[in-house]
Design a protein around this ligand. Structure first.
Ligand code: AOS
Ligand code: ZN
Ligand code: ZN
Ligand code: ZN
Length: 388
């Protein structure tokens, strides 16, 4: 059986990054419902992220989205993060909200538009230099809506050329993660639709290009843990955008729709020894809280990742390996399910106490009155973008 102290140590050591855009107002294409107390600036988004970190102790970094989080002085923003006990995490260039990008960004048939998109991404690498960020997180809305609209092959060539330019600009301690998504906003053909396409581009580029797995970006029924295991084997898993989905890219709280899937993913991570920081897997959240209050939703999401991780850490690896080697189908499945069915909440409460944070972060946040204070103090909160 796994040693309880080792399990707690691994849980205390895990880090989960929250996204700046989750703190802003968001919605669907039908309606954005503004919430009271929402941040009015990137600084206030950091303040909200600092709350999540204060209550969980494991969320010390924040991903930024440029230009949604545009400021004049990024070094000063990073300093402010430090003051709050945080740091700036992944930088996400936004190359999908400009009229010029109607037919795509780096895959656009017009070379001038491609150049503009690449320049915008290179600016983001400059920002990374100023904020000490190690991850450039790339998601392209590029694709086509109709057969024949553009050459699928030519678009791959353009993508490859752009990625190459960006890759060559990265500093030694920086890497780029290429996110895939099977559809939306393009409906016929997306230029990076799946892990295979992302993997192929990353393999061409080199070791500092890796695949980003957003759990919401797969067709229903896709075995995501298989993708995770495959990428891990080849050192091509860069990290996650965690969220959960019932239908499409719902961006609901991770672990809400399918906690078992999250456990199965974390099981592959733990088994590969990839939970340790040295393995370089970035555990990031990519969510939008359209109808629920955002800070407690982020806290809940962090706890959900921790619970799945704790269960994965509780898998009796020796017993599992023995059952697998013996071809004991039922026995192996039972070992896995035993871990999944354990109640890890007492263990996590204990780990939190030992870390000096609230054992029940949600209740503590609720009791703090912070949400009411924000609602009274902040008027006219910012929109995050669209339902990212
Ligand atoms: C879009 O569907 C992708 O998940 C992106 O990672 C992200 O949600 C977008 O960049 C908005 O933040
Ligand atoms: Zn994402
Ligand atoms: Zn998405
Ligand atoms: Zn998403």
């Amino acid at each position: 059986m796994p040693d309880e102290n080792a399990v707690k140590a691994a849980l205390k050591d895990q880090r989960i990054e929250t996204p700046s855009w989750a703190y802003g107002n968001s919605g669907t294409r039908f309606k954005v419902f503004p919430q009271p107390g929402v941040p009015r600036s990137p600084h206030e988004k950091l303040e909200d992220a600092a709350q999540v970190h204060a209550y969980t102790g494991v969320a010390p970094s924040v991903a930024l989205h440029i230009p949604w989080d545009r400021v004049d002085d990024y070094a000063a923003l990073a300093d402010y993060a430090t003051e709050l006990g945080l740091r700036v995490g992944a930088i996400n260039p936004n190359v999908f909200q400009d009229d010029d990008y109607m037919l795509g960004s780096v895959c656009n048939p017009d070379p001038a538009v491609r150049e503009k998109a690449v320049a915008q991404i290179l600016d983001c690498v400059d920002i990374m230099d100023r904020t000490d960020s190690e991850i450039l997180s790339l998601w392209f809305a590029d694709g086509t809506n109709y057969p024949g609209q553009d050459s699928l092959t030519a678009r791959q060539e353009r993508l490859s050329e752009a990625l190459d330019t960006i890759y060559r600009r990265l500093g030694e301690h920086q890497r780029m993660l290429l996110e895939y998504k099977f559809f939306e906003p393009a409906f016929y053909a997306t230029d990076v639709p799946d892990w295979g396409t992302s993997f192929a581009h990353c393999a061409d580029l080199g070791p500092r290009a890796q695949v980003l797995v957003d759990t919401g970006h797969h067709a229903p029924g896709t075995n995501i843990e298989f993708i995770v295991a495959t990428l891990l084997r080849r050192s091509k898993l860069g990290g996650f955008h965690f969220n959960s989905r019932f239908y499409a890219d719902d961006d609901l709280m991770v672990g809400a729709a399918d906690p078992f899937q999250l456990f199965r993913i974390m099981h592959e991570i733990v088994r590969a020894g990839a939970l340790e920081h040295g393995a370089g897997i970035a555990f990031m959240l990519d969510q939008c809280h359209n109808i629920e209050p955002k800070i407690p939703a982020m806290i809940r999401s962090v706890l959900n990742v921790q619970e799945a991780t704790a269960k994965a850490l509780l898998v009796d690896d020796e017993a599992l390996t023995a059952a697998q080697r013996a071809g004991d189908v039922l026995g192996a499945n039972e070992v896995l399910m035993d871990a999944y069915n354990s109640d890890v909440r007492p263990l996590l409460r204990e780990a939190r106490r030992e870390m000096g944070v609230e054992p029940d972060p949600i209740a503590a946040y609720r009791a703090s009155g912070h949400q009411e204070k924000l609602a009274a103090e902040r008027q006219g909160g910012q929109q995050a973008g669209w339902g990212a």
